[in-house]
Every structure is written in C-alpha cells, then in structure tokens.
Ligand binder design. Sequence first.
Ligand code: M6R
Length: 596
Amino acid sequence: MCGIFGFVTVSDRPLGDVLLGAARRLAYRGYDSVGMAAIDGDGHVDLRKDVGRVDEVAARLGFTDLAGRRGIVQLRWATFGAPSRVNAQPHLDSDGDLVGAHNGNVVNNVQLRRLFADEGMIVRSTNDGESCVHAVERYVDRGASMIDAIRQAYRLLEGDYAFVIGSVADDTLYAFKKGSGLVIGLGDGFTCCSSDLPSILPLTARILRMEDGEVATLSAAGVTLHRVSDGAPVAREPEVFTGGMEAAVKGGYPHFMLKEIHEQPRVAAELLHLLDASPHVDPMAEAMQRARHLYYVGCGTSYHACLVGAVYAARLARRPVVPVLAPQFTAQYGPTLEPSDVAVFVSQSGETKDVLNALAVAGARGVTSLGLLNVIGSTLMHKSRTYLPLACGYEISVPATKTFINQVVTFLYLAYRMGGRPTDELRRLPDLLSATLDAVDPAVAALVPLFEGRRDLYQLGYGLTFGIALEGALKLKEITYAHCEGMLSTEFKHGPLSAVDEGYPVIFVAGPEDVPVMVSAVNEVTTRGGRAIAIAEPDARLEANVHDLVALPEAGALLNPLVATIPLQLLAYRLSVARGLDPDFPRNLSKTLTVD
Ligand code: M6R
C-alpha cells in the first residue's frame, strides 16, 4: 500500500532527514519504490526516485542532500504500472511547475492518460499518481487558482486515493483525498500531511484528520481547509493524539490481524472499483469460459478461495472448475494438461514456491496461466499471461484475512462475468462486511469460554461454505496451535462423529440455502451430547436445533460466504489472544513460503 508524506516549513533548510525519517516510518505499509521531491524558495524542484528499499535508494540518490521549503516523499506499492523508476513517485507536470504524489488507486487512469496526452500534456509514466498531477495541471493551465484547479481535478479522478501536490508558484502544499486516509500534523514552524498517523507522530502530536471532499492548504504557519463542492472554508479544530507509536502503527488495534480484519470493507470496496475499471476482467473471463479444462490453483488460504470460487463459477456461469492444491495440480493433472486448458494461480505473495512450481509445469505444457495476486512485481505477476491485483495493500499479519476476502470477491466477480451477468449485487458487499464486523463480535466473544482447553475442533460447511469452513479451521490452527479440521458437514457422520462427547463444540457454517442439510448434521452432533454452534443468517429451523447462533446480516446465498468468514476470523483471533499467543506472528510459520 503506497504512502505519502508532505512537509512545509518557514524557509529553506535541509529536508532530507525529515523526509527520510517519514519514509522509514511509512515502510511498514509495504512498497517497491521510493521517491522524494524538494522545492526551494526560488521554486527550484529537486526530484529523486527509484525502485528499491528506502535506505538503499536514499544512499544511492543522496536523499539527505535535499533542501528546500517544501518536501514530498512517496513510497509506492505498484498497482498501475510495473515497479520502475519512471513509475516511481512523485511526478512532475508537463513543464515541471507542479510536483505531486498519491497513494491509492485512480481507476480511470488509462482513460485519463489518453485524454491528457491528446490535450498535449507530457505523460511520462503509466502510473496513476501522474494522472493526479496532470488533472491539476489541466485546470491551472486554463487559469484556475490551485484550489479551484484541485476542485475540478477531484471530479475527474475516480477511485480511492490521497494526494499531495506543490506548485513552484507559491509556498504551500495542497492535499486532498477520496476514500483513503490522510492526516495533517501541525508543528512549531511547520505543517505536514501523511497517509497515516505514525509517520507524523515523532514530529508532532497535534493532528487534523481530513475528510473526503476537502482540500487542505498547508503553509508553515498553519492549515486551511476548503470544501471541494463549493469552495467554502471548513472549520475544524486540531486534536492532540495521546496514544503511543505502536498503537498508531496498528491503527489503534492491538494486533495487525485485527486491523486487517477491520480493513476488509474498505479493501473490498477498492477492489470492486478496480475490477469495474479493469480492461483485463472480460478477456480473462472469456478465456476461462472457453477453456477445455479450468483449474483454480493455490495453497493454504488461497486454495480455500479457489474452493469457493469453483462453486461460484458453477452457479453463475455453469462453468466446471477444478480447484486444486498447487503440488497436487502437478502430480494429478500435470500429464493431462493441454494448451487449450486455463489455470488461474492464486497467491497473496505471488512467491509461494509450490505455486510457482505448478505454474512452471503449466507453462511447459502450453497452458494459459492467469494470476490473482496481491504483491505487484512478484514472480507470479511476471510469469502469468494476465493477472488481476487483489489490491489489499500490505498484509503484515501472517494469517491471511483481507487477501482471502478479496480473492473470493475476485472469483465471484469473474463468475458473474463468465456467466455474462451484471455484478450489481456486489455493490452491497462493503456495507455488509461493515455491518457484520459491527454485529458479530459480542456473539463471538461469548463463544470463547466454550473452547477453553480444547485441543481439537471441527468446523463444518456445505456447498459455498465448504471452503469457508476450511479457511476458518486453518485460521484457528495457525494462530491457536489447536488442531481444527474443516470439512463438509455431510462427511462428519462418516467418521469424525465418534469424537463427540458431552459439550463437544462443533461449528456449522450454514448458507441460507443449505439449512435443511445442516439441520441433519446438527442433530447428529446434539443427540450425542455435542454443542452445536451455527454461523448463519437468523433462521427459525436452525435456531430450534442449535445451542448458539452467531447471527449474520442477511446477505443472500452468494455473499453469505464472505460475510460468514468474519466471525471465523474473529473467533480464531480471540482464541489466540485468550491463549496468550501472538496472532500476528505464529510460531514455525512464515508469511511467504519460498521453499518446496
Ligand atoms: O502467498 P500465498 O497466498 O501463496 O500463501 C499461501 C499460504 O502459505 C498462505 O495462504 C497461508 O496458508 C496463510 N498464512 C494462511 O493464513
């Protein structure tokens, strides 16, 4: 996830150390490139940027030599345009009078680049941050003041982003946002703005949080806010942040995992904007629909998304899909693969060795390989024919949460498109995920004592929730160190039922269409003294049979798996914390498994 930081001070001074410090503090968000620009009192712009780690690029390009009155630093996590020097930020406008940088995604970037080039502007990169700069340039060149130019640019730029820009013609920086976070800091003789609070805190604790639809003008003396809609001034008092640095980095949450769980509504909304605007979705869906055999390939959590995605494809597009663990793809299907087959490789990191091995086998057999990945610039991105980004930003916690949600969202979106159907129903998803986060936590917290001392557990699903039950079980195993098996509810009676004794808890993840089949499985457990816990929409048939219900908002059969994931993530998280463990960094595990 990109990060931006802007700094304005009274007079020319060395800025490199301030900007470098901010860059180091933004680095936890994840990035592939870094750049800095300083504007001095004479309006001279010094811009330095490249691909690489902050300290390495800083040493190579002499970041600490930068001096001036205003400075901007940006860390880029690529979404539009590969990681490269030209795509790194900040960007200049056509004649070098404006310099700016953004974080987030401008989803009409391709159309805007074309428009700006047609209008005679010099477009140097494929990065959407450059489009933000040209959008402002477009109106400044027509004679608008900076604030008016920004107000008009705001209407042009679609997506979720935060942006900071400076002009050689004045002494200020301007910042605005739509969907992404932007915080302003007010210090003694300086002001600053940043994508997040942690990068500001060592400089000042006096902060002002910006809202969407506002433009901030930062000068050394202070900050003014104006509304984009009508240009009217906005009055807001700064607050003094009293939490510590660690709380700020984790967004006020005790762990990254909880923070990332709570980011899910936002990242899902951002992904949907991207998919709506992506030129790759339809060609990909068409290739998938045409394939002789279609495989969804991944490991761990990513494989569970494949399981859910395969059911979506069957339901919405009547498209049979083989969801398969990456090494088994090679072992079982390797000899049968043909060039008319398509394989979608799914990996948060894009670097999982098991997945890359399978990708190599597919490549050798001429299979069309498509990628779903979170890390732009990863090996999977480079080696797949086309890819879609999961657009989750950096996932720090070892247990995957938000990337799973966006993998499932992408598969659902592709299934709609394979079936030639509109994706309108997905518009409800971000609100549904938010409503779930608000609704389920007390019920999940009440379950924790039931699992005290338990070393083995079951989570059962059916149809669309089969993959969700497996994912819930993996989360629980991963961060509580207990054994937890996810399985098809109907399979439980074929063996594991013998584990049930008085009070033995079993979780049933029941989709709204699967209640009758779940009620049978529930009774097989309860008649043997087991405790049945349902994760489902309120349903009288279930409620009459289970002991506990974690009630989900009514989402309907297709969105239910996404919504049902949240209480399972929260349960694993709460049990981990209750056992005194660190859910972010479980023992023996690594975020990216680059070994066989
Ligand atoms: O980066 P990938 O999605 O390829 O990773 C695959 C698995 O290693 C990963 O999903 C793992 O199972 C997670 N830590 C589970 O939370």
